[in-house]
Ligand binder design. Structure first.
Ligand code: SF4
Length: 425
């Protein structure tokens, strides 16, 4: 049914953006400021803080990051704190509690304990954080020794997301990770012992010549070490990454077809399911009641996400905002059509296909078409019916989850709106 696999929600978002025209018609900052001076709108809300620095650049990475060499991290900390104070003075920000803070990167933990502590205190002093606010830090292992994780836990951090990628020595070398496999296992075990909050890890599968044994070892180790959730992504070869260049130069052979990808996906998915994990979103499994991951819900529900730091993307009162540097932000005009379909895309990331729920964003007239598509996905084995009658993606459906979401959007977006570059599976 699909000739190419969309490996992440970014692929699906890209298709959606192309289909509905640009999402980024610029808007003046004054428009946002007008909203910030008004009362809040009651949307779910969080803060996203971007720390773009890394002390080692991984071979596969094409994220918004840069080498920390020569970076003035004290100055960067000061910039974030000033941003917190500036936004915290607006009624829109001040008058409704925040339920989530997410530090992404780059590597937020290149900031030292003192710098992170200053930011965490500024957040509490100047923003209305809920008492049970979910506070996540992304990190690499070598930037987060156990004692540091425990100290950050005492400062209010509730959740760490650790980029492991693989426990295989060979795989780690290909991906440019810092430790060997054994050290990665030992450090993660020590981290688990030191930190009682939510511990999530990222795994990458289908890297060059990854064996099934290597994939199984990654899943089994993750389960055995007591982590709470695991994101697992098929390796994406990004245009300008060092890995892409090595493949291009013939230094590394990489032949991956759909069967190679599927075999590793299913193996990891099933191993984690057998260990008691269940689907949290298309590329993430979690132990029951351990990782609510509220941040992702706010993003997919078009909530308010206050973007702080260089390279932070967010959304306030419907305005997409990209923060570039002190005093420099790119603002887009709200696009209600995009938001509506993005909301459906977000809903489908959780693997549940409920015609009435999807139709809620489109009007009852769309429900018959949605039911037809759901029947088709059941027929193809992408969906399974649970004992309660609900339809959920099967393992094959999860593998193709972003393609299926795009296919569903294609079925419900009126043809007149779909441009020639639009939704084609
Ligand atoms: S994968 Fe993470 S640690 Fe590695 S370069 Fe990218 S942002 Fe930095």
């Amino acid at each position: 049914m699909f000739s190419e696999r969309y490996r992440s929600h970014h692929d699906a978002e890209h298709r959606l953006g192309a289909a509905l025209g640009s999402r980024s018609a610029p808007a003046p900052w004054e428009e946002v400021e007008k909203k910030l001076k008004a009362p809040p709108e009651g949307k779910p809300r969080g803060v996203y803080i971007h720390v773009p620095h890394c002390d080692r650049i991984c071979t596969f990475c094409n994220l918004n990051r840069r080498d920390r060499k020569n970076a003035d991290l004290d100055a960067y900390t000061g910039y974030i704190i000033e941003e917190i104070k500036t936004f915290g003075a607006y009624p829109y920000i001040r008058d409704q509690p925040f339920e989530v803070v997410y530090f992404g990167g780059g590597t937020p933990t290149v900031l030292n304990l003192k710098q992170l502590g200053r930011i965490l205190r500024a957040l509490r002093d100047h923003l209305p954080l809920k008492p049970d606010c979910e506070i996540t830090l992304e990190s690499t292992q070598h930037n987060l020794p156990p004692a540091r994780a425990a100290a950050l836990g005492s400062e209010g951090v509730t959740r760490f997301s650790i980029g492991i990628q693989t426990f295989s020595d060979r795989g780690r070398k290909i991906l440019g990770r810092t430790y060997g496999g054994k050290r990665a296992v030992d450090e993660l075990a020590a981290l688990r012992a030191a930190f009682s909050g939510v511990l999530g890890i990222d795994l990458i599968y289908s890297y060059p010549e990854q064996t099934l044994e290597e994939a199984a070892f990654d899943a089994e180790t993750c389960a055995a070490l007591g982590v709470d959730s695991a994101s697992f992504y098929s390796l994406m070869i990004q245009g300008s990454s060092a890995l892409a260049q090595s493949i291009e130069a013939g230094e590394l052979t990489f032949h991956r077809d759909i069967d190679f990808d599927r075999e590793r996906h299913h193996l990891i998915y099933r191993a984690l399911r057998n260990a008691g994990f269940s689907l949290l979103e298309l590329s993430k499994l979690a132990r029951p009641n351990r990782d609510a991951y509220r941040y992702i819900h706010i993003r997919y529900e078009n909530g308010d996400l206050l973007p702080l730091g260089s390279g932070a993307g967010g959304n306030l009162a419907g305005f997409p905002i990209f923060s570039m540097a002190p005093g420099r932000r790119f603002v887009s005009a709200p696009n209600p059509e995009y938001e509506k379909y993005y909301r459906i895309l977000g809903l489908l990331q959780f693997g549940r296909y409920d015609a009435a729920e999807i139709a809620r964003y489109l009007g009852a007239g769309a429900e018959a078409r949605i039911r037809e598509k759901i029947a088709e996905y059941l027929d193809r084995g992408f969906l399974e019916t649970g004992e309660d009658g609900s339809c959920r993606l099967s393992s094959e459906g999860i593998f193709w989850g972003n393609n299926i979401a795009v296919d569903m959007l294609q079925a419900v977006i009126p043809a007149r709106m779909v441009e020639t570059v639009g939704l084609r599976s």
